[in-house]
Design a protein around this ligand. Structure first.
Ligand SMILES: [Zn+2]
Length: 427
């Protein structure tokens, strides 16, 4: 496309040390994955041109009122896509940390009314409006770490009324702040206390009422189930996920976290979008995942939060050719952290990804997990202009400087939504 046939740019990002486009992953882009001394132009919320700054003047016409954003020799990357969070909830679990440090087991904490049941009680007792207000600061912190899209799960309601309340709150949050939200139904998160001796009846409620009502909302893209000792067995999860798939929601699975119990067979059987966690993944399942379209989602903040000595095999999955994504798993019980920078650094240390792989897993890999890879996750012409300017000279710095955000600017759909020109540069 020539200069004259492109629309006038309304936002131009210049003076970048590198622009990470992931162009080789996008059919027809003709771009390399990274452009040194790069620049990028945006019109009407979409990327219209990426290339070396030396070509900017001959390739792009700027609108008279265009915004010129100086990247100050930093990095420009796609916005992070957090494809696994539970950030809508009420109540606190802060006191559990002290109990755990004192040696009390999770089971003992749960028996006293703590654990997930504490979050379920508090979430049920909180209005939809109040759930929205409670989640806004969490999204604001994620934005500060460069997140521009977040998947959010229900799963602390565990009744028709409360699950729908959570889903509506998730949808409303997308209109209240810059991060786009993607809703996932997770009624199969835990057996609610009132059904503890009647689990079949809870599953009946899921398939006959909660799943169909969630589908009727029209915006719920996924249905997730927790296959684990103390949560749901494979055949129980199958019932819920098959019903959801029949109603247009794509299955996802919390799989192989504490124990290995056949969740990968179920995911492959159902053509699930993702399997998430994988600390207990069997080595024989790695080639099976690699041969499928199922994305393996790494959640290293949970590994750290739970002080789990096992590691999800990110390196082996990547080398086998599996689809790999990275997410925070922000939730009150096992990863109370919005720190996307720490997740990126831990993906290198715990899961063996190189810096450029960790970045891809947190952008384009996550977009693939959500089925949105033709719109977000890369910086190529036609893609949504969701991007971050980092005050760091290379990707290696983002992984090296552990848990520190170097986010200088965040652009969402071509609009500057965070501007911290005073952030110190990493060097
Ligand atoms: Zn989770």
């Amino acid at each position: 496309m020539s200069r004259s046939s492109r629309p006038n740019a309304d936002l131009i990002i210049h003076n970048a040390a590198q622009v990470w486009s992931f162009g080789t992953r996008v059919a027809g882009s003709g771009l390399p994955d990274v452009i040194e001394a790069g620049a990028l132009a945006v019109a009407d919320g979409a990327v219209i041109w990426v290339g070396p700054e030396s070509a900017l003047a001959t390739e792009i016409c700027a609108a008279p009122d265009a915004v010129w954003l100086d990247a100050a020799q930093g990095l420009v990357t796609p916005g992070f896509i957090d494809c696994h969070t539970h950030l809508v909830f009420a109540g606190t679990r802060a006191e559990e940390i002290a109990a755990r440090c004192a040696g009390e087991s999770y089971l003992s904490i749960s028996a006293k009314g703590g654990g997930i049941n504490a979050t379920v009680r508090a979430t049920r007792a909180t209005s939809e409006d109040a759930l929205v207000e409670l989640a806004l600061p969490r999204l604001s912190r994620l934005l500060g770490f460069g997140v521009t899209m977040a998947e959010v799960k229900s799963g602390y309601g565990l009744s028709t009324e409360s699950e729908l309340k959570m889903l509506r709150a998730i949808q409303r949050l997308g209109a209240r702040q810059p991060i786009e939200t993607i809703a996932t139904l997770m009624c199969a998160h835990a057996i609610p206390p009132e059904f503890s001796s009647a689990r079949e009846r809870y599953l009946d409620l899921c398939v006959s009422e909660i799943v169909p009502e969630a589908a009727r909302l029209g915006f719920v893209r996924f249905c997730d189930a927790f296959v684990e000792q103390g949560a749901f067995e494979v055949e129980e999860a199958r019932r819920v996920l098959e019903r959801a798939a029949a109603l247009g929601m794509r299955p996802r699975l919390h799989a192989e976290q504490m124990t290995s119990r056949g969740a990968i067979d179920l995911a492959l059987d159902l053509g699930a979008a993702t399997v998430d966690h994988l600390e207990a993944l069997q080595p024989t399942d790695i080639p099976r995942l690699a041969a499928s379209d199922v994305t393996s989602v790494l959640l290293p903040l949970s590994t750290l939060f739970l002080d789990d000595p096992r590691r999800a095999p990110g390196r082996a999955l990547w080398d086998a050719g599996a689809r790999v994504a990275l997410a925070t798993n922000l939730n009150p019980g096992t990863a109370m952290s919005e720190n996307a920078a720490l997740a990126l650094g831990l993906a290198a240390r715990f899961n063996g990804l190189r810096a450029e792989e960790a970045l891809e897993a947190f952008t384009l890999g996550a977009a693939r997990a959500l089925g949105l890879e033709d719109r977000v996750g890369a910086l190529c012409p036609g893609f949504q202009a969701d991007l971050v300017v980092h005050a760091a000279p290379s990707l290696a710095h983002l992984v090296w400087h552990l848990g520190i955000s170097h986010v200088r600017q965040v652009v969402k759909r071509g609009r500057l939504v965070l501007d911290r020109r005073d952030v110190p540069r990493c060097s």
